[in-house]
Write a protein that binds this ligand. Structure first.
Ligand code: AR6
Length: 170
């Protein structure tokens, strides 16, 4: 299944996939990092749709249209803030990926692109986050044959190194 996992060094807002994933916060009303970049490119209609959603719990996900993005949809998920690792962070981060893949199945999405959820402002150690991401992605690819490709966006070299290491482990 790993042949369906592709590492890409790019800005996620440039990707013409069925859905890009946004590392959002509980309000779903925008922020910095990848969230800010996605809202800037998608335009104000994205915020307007997000305002109808009533926020999102940590570990869950919500889907919207992509508006001015080349991606058809945005899946907004809320990763955990790293608090040392004993506050349910691994389960919550795994929940993000599972929630995104549940929406992908429901909407019959074939191509998805993920940022490294929680590893920016939220401080999750990159290696541990990459291990969880790769584990959940492998499970989803095995469970859903309609998934054609999962792109992992490496916005910096440390993120790429963490994914490469996680993919070397079976
Ligand atoms: N394309 C792809 N990846 C990006 C981009 C981009 N344009 N910009 C940043 N990244 P972060 P978090 C990477 O901080 O840690 C927001 O304010 C970045 O290098 O965006 O989940 C939200 O509103 C890192 O690898 O998200 C929340 O309040 C990864 O995306 C909070 O930040 C995630 O970094 C969420 O924090």
């Amino acid at each position: 299944m790993d042949e369906k996992i592709v590492l890409v060094d790019t800005d996620i807002t440039t990707l013409a996939v069925d859905a890009i994933v946004n590392a959002a916060n509980n309000s779903l009303l925008g922020g910095g990092g990848v969230d800010g970049a996605i809202h800037r490119v998608a335009g104000p209609q994205l915020l307007a749709e997000c305002q109808t959603l009533g926020g999102c719990p940590t570990g869950a996900a919500r889907i919207t249209k992509g508006y001015n993005l080349p991606a058809r949809h945005v899946i907004h998920t809320v990763g955990p803030v790293w608090q040392g690792g004993n506050h349910g962070e691994p389960q919550l981060l795994a929940g993000c990926y599972r929630s995104c893949f549940a929406l992908a199945r429901k909407y019959r999405l074939r191509t998805l692109a993920f940022p490294a959820i929680s590893t920016g402002v939220y401080g999750y150690p990159k290696e541990e986050a990459a291990r969880i991401a790769v584990h959940e992605i492998r499970q989803a690819l095995a469970a859903n044959p309609e998934l054609a490709e999962v792109l992992l966006v490496c916005f910096n070299p440390a993120t790429r190194a963490a994914y490469e290491q996680a993919l070397r482990q079976s």
